[in-house]
Design a protein. Structure first.
Length: 94
């Protein structure tokens, strides 16, 4: 994944563990169901983290940031607030 500077991933969770490796740039990660940027974990290039299944978390990039996400698939992201999803709902069938 490639994030531009300041990109935010709103609070979410995954049904399976998520493993993150920062290939370049910086990723700030916070824990919890509500956005709170006051006490993040900072992952710089080469940094690695594991988010256990169902752990609510959020993140943002500092500078252009490239990540490798890996784990057991299929990968699914569930936003705490569904309206935070950047994905557009599929058009209704006619």
């Amino acid at each position: 994944m490639k994030f531009p500077d300041g990109y935010k991933v709103q609070p979410h969770w995954h049904p399976a563990a998520e493993k993150i490796t920062v290939l370049s740039g910086t990723l700030k990660v916070g824990m919890g169901a509500k956005w709170d940027a006051s006490n993040p974990t900072t992952l710089s290039s080469g940094g690695f983290a594991v988010m256990p299944a169902r752990m609510k978390h959020f993140a943002w990039s500092v500078g252009d940031t490239v990540l490798q996400l890996h784990g057991t698939g299929p990968f699914k992201i569930i936003y705490v607030n569904a309206s935070d999803s950047p994905m557009k709902p599929a058009a209704a069938a006619k």
